[in-house]
Design a protein around this ligand. Structure first.
Ligand code: 15L
Length: 274
């Protein structure tokens, strides 16, 4: 049985995945916060923005599923630390520890500025919709570098939205059930053909915006379709922001909740000079 490290194990996606993969792999689950153990897995507290921690958790595993990081739009400092520095540390620590296989859960937000009337495949150029989306593009680029330069095997999954059921109209296009995600991650861990691949992490949704031939080619056969929930989801859908409605990334294309750290300092300076 292979030993796999799942970073960001305490989050929603990590928790779904640990439940789905329990018994199939020897799981080492890591996160910054403490979290309850599932089944036989081993748990480690680690802050991946510290290289020493990244080296400690990647030692002796067969593959890394790197879910850890900041998972929505936010302040640049937080994204920089968790996703850019943390992402680099995990790839580099895996390389130093001789771990060849990395599954990198990227995000639909790496391409969120494609319009909803477009169908895109894994070869389109990135169009991130947020600082968070930019950090996911960075992770994919790191994967490409480590595959080409160091012969690592990297499987990037542009995940839509993982949940037991789709929660709104946008998610009818990008939803992935936990068991479909587990199938895709298993392909990412096991398939001997993988060098560097990008696929979309979505179920077999009738309203999908993605041409996911690359995943199907590797044997992905999703079992679920968001359409089953469509009537119920659409019945409770309210009117949304028109710009968010036009783009695949939804509210991420307009999210601007970023505090401007310069503002209070400027105010303070002005007050002092009076
Ligand atoms: C993501 O990448 C986020 O991690 C998740 O929290 C959701 O916002 C998801 O995308 C989504 O687009 O629904």
């Amino acid at each position: 049985m292979k030993t796999i490290l799942i970073t960001g194990a305490a989050g929603d996606v990590g928790t779904h995945l640990r439940r789905e993969l329990a018994g199939r792999y020897r799981i080492r689950a890591s996160d910054r916060r403490s979290f309850p153990r599932i089944g036989e897995e081993s748990c480690m507290r680690a802050d991946i923005s510290r290289m020493t921690d990244a080296l400690r958790i990647t030692k002796g595993v067969d593959a890394v599923v790197h879910l850890g990081g900041y998972s929505v739009e936010g302040a640049w400092g937080a994204i920089l630390r968790a996703n850019i520095v943390g992402g680099y540390n995990v790839f580099e620590a895996a390389r130093r520890n001789g771990v060849r296989r990395i599954v990198f859960p990227s995000s639909n937000h790496a391409v969120g500025f494609y319009r909803r009337d477009q169908t895109i495949d894994h070869r389109v150029y990135p169009k991130p919709d947020s600082r968070y989306g930019v950090s996911k593009v960075f992770g994919e680029a790191l994967g490409s570098l480590y595959a080409d330069k160091y012969g690592m095997e990297v499987f990037c999954i542009r995940i839509g939205n993982v949940a037991p059921r789709p929660i709104d109209k946008r998610r009818l296009s990008i939803w992935i059930s936990p068991r479909d995600l587990a199938q895709l991650v298993t392909i990412g861990i096991e398939d001997p053909r993988i060098r560097f691949e990008v696929v979309y992490g979505v179920s077999r949704n009738a309203r999908s915006w993605y041409a996911n031939a690359n995943a199907f080619h590797l044997g992905y056969r999703p079992k679920d379709d968001a359409e089953v929930f469509a009537a119920e989801v659409l019945a409770r859908e309210g009117a949304g922001d028109s710009r968010a409605e036009a783009y695949q990334g939804g509210s991420f294309v307009v999210a601007e909740r970023i505090p401007n750290p310069a503002a209070p300092a400027r105010k303070r300076r002005r007050r002092r000079s009076r």
